[in-house]
Write a protein that binds this ligand. Structure first.
Ligand code: SAH
Ligand code: SF4
Ligand code: F3S
Length: 448
């Protein structure tokens, strides 16, 4: 009987893509996807440790697996990802029913174990792979992708920025870029298989190429992949504001496949806090760069990440962040309460902010941003956008759903044949989290 796997992913897009690699390895070894945890032979929890809440979610999920393992003693439980890297073999002691631990830089080790175990995870016991792997960017791992239209592509691994609050440099190791040729080949193959959109992944894509022997930076990479036939859209995350160059802005402007959206995490609107965070830019520089983006591409959508209640943040600093929201006019934000993370510099900073104050500041920021997001969406009413149709809407099965280049969700009536195509859609109504549209040239509703 075919053995089965179940993967539960926590955290960011990078982790989602890593899970596609774990699924690729297991599929290649002959495993099928389990319908639920209860009929799996191996369960992989791909974890995130960016904030304490993410870590606690993993512990409660792991706790639930005790009974699953009791019912099926042959079940193998693997812990992967950023918590695996950070907590290491201590997890075996705390959770004796865990069998396998591997960090984000060691997915290839998991592949080796499976293959050495004669394609049977049953042979693998108490294995841990946690050493950073300076050659990881050279590995070619199989990938089982979740979609058929949009694909994630890793262009670099690790992070060297050491922002004072962040665990990522400790969980994903030093920054390494994949060769342009490898990336080009992967995306060409995807386009050949019918994928229309790629999102290039890196913690700081703007520093792509720093370690490469060839003289190539991020805009050069974009120009190279832009020529790939069949590929319609190119996105990337995440841009670090310090490393966002004029060359990147003019390249985005000149290349039509580059989506008119940039995620540019500001974190705080106060220079004092940005300095304590070790972000390497001040608000004036950030504003200068967003102004340049807007004048080069007036239709560009800008989104951001914000942390509230970083150590030492005063009411005045918080007000600076609030005014930044309107100043920049974000299309959307992800905002979080500062969370203390092991091993990070911010732990030692004075004046940690009370949880209640962090929560109140977070809720103020979210409320103000809702108004800004909604009014930005209203400005799109009556305009026509190219929408890449992804499938049937989750909230209304009579409608299709897709995204604009600026990454806004659009729901509209269409036919099954439209799925996978790019269509012109006119926005008829703006909502807070999505837009309602009508297919241009097809005003009589064409129900599914
Ligand atoms: N490399 C990306 C983001 C990685 S983490 C970048 O530099 O922008 C995603 C977001 O999580 C960060 O932008 C930050 O806003 C948030 N984050 C990271 N560590 C955090 C912490 N300790 N507490 C709260 N939010 C945090
Ligand atoms: Fe974390 Fe900063 Fe690196 Fe982003 S750039 S992953 S926030 S250390
Ligand atoms: Fe991503 Fe979480 Fe690790 S955000 S990089 S999975 S800590």
């Amino acid at each position: 009987m075919t053995k089965k796997y179940h993967i539960h992913t926590f955290g960011c897009q990078m982790n989602v893509h890593d899970s596609e690699k774990v699924a690729g390895i297991l599929s290649e070894a002959g495993y099928g996807q389990a319908d639920s945890m209860n009929d799996a032979d191996v369960i992989v929890l791909n974890t995130c440790s960016i904030r304490d809440k993410a870590e606690q979610k993993f512990y409660s999920e792991l706790g639930r697996l005790v009974t699953v393992k009791k019912d099926n003693p042959n079940l193998k439980i693997a812990v992967a990802g950023c918590i695996a890297q950070q907590r290491g073999e201590g997890l075996f002691k705390r959770f004796p029913y865990v069998d396998i631990i591997f960090g984000p830089d060691n997915i290839n080790n998991f592949q080796t174990w499976i293959m050495n175990g004669k394609q049977d995870i049953g042979q693998v016991t108490k294995k841990a792979a946690l050493d950073f792997n300076p050659e990881y960017h050279l590995k070619h791992l199989p990938v089982k992708r979740a979609g058929k239209l949009k694909a994630w592509v890793s262009i670099m691994y690790g992070c060297d920025n050491f922002c004072a609050y962040c665990v990522v440099p400790f969980t994903r190791g030093r920054e390494r870029s994949r060769s342009g040729k490898d990336i080009f080949n992967e995306i060409s193959a995807l386009a050949g298989q019918g994928f229309r959109e790629v999102t290039l992944l890196g913690q700081n894509v703007n520093s792509y190429g720093r370690n490469l022997p060839e003289n190539m930076d991020f805009p050069d990479l974009l120009k190279m992949i832009h020529d790939i036939e069949g590929l319609k859209r190119i996105r990337f995350v995440t841009s670090h504001p310090r490393d966002l160059s004029e060359k990147l802005i003019s390249t985005m402007k000149d290349l039509p496949k580059l989506c008119r959206h940039i995620h540019l995490p500001v974190q705080s609107g106060s220079d004092r806090i940005l300095n304590l965070m070790n972000r390497g830019y001040c608000l004036e520089e950030y504003k200068y760069k967003t102004d340049m983006l807007k004048s080069a591409m007036p239709d560009i959508a800008i989104t951001t990440d914000i942390i509230t209640g970083f150590p030492g943040e005063t009411e005045e600093d918080h007000q600076c962040t609030i005014s930044t929201l309107a100043d920049i006019g974000y299309d959307g934000i992800f905002a979080f309460k500062y969370s203390r993370r092991p091993g990070t510099k911010a732990l030692d900073l004075p004046d940690h902010v009370d949880e209640k104050i962090k929560a109140r500041r977070l809720s103020e920021i979210l409320t103000i941003q809702e108004g800004i997001t909604y009014s930005k969406n209203r400005l799109l009413e009556g305009k026509v956008f190219d929408v890449l149709v992804e499938g049937v809407s989750e909230t209304d099965c009579d409608k299709l759903t897709g995204r604009t280049g600026s990454n806004k969700i659009v729901n509209f009536y269409g036919s099954q044949n439209d799925i996978g195509r790019s269509l012109d859609v006119k926005i008829s109504e703006a909502k807070l989290h999505s837009l309602v549209g009508e297919k241009v040239g097809n005003m009589s509703c064409n129900y599914l």
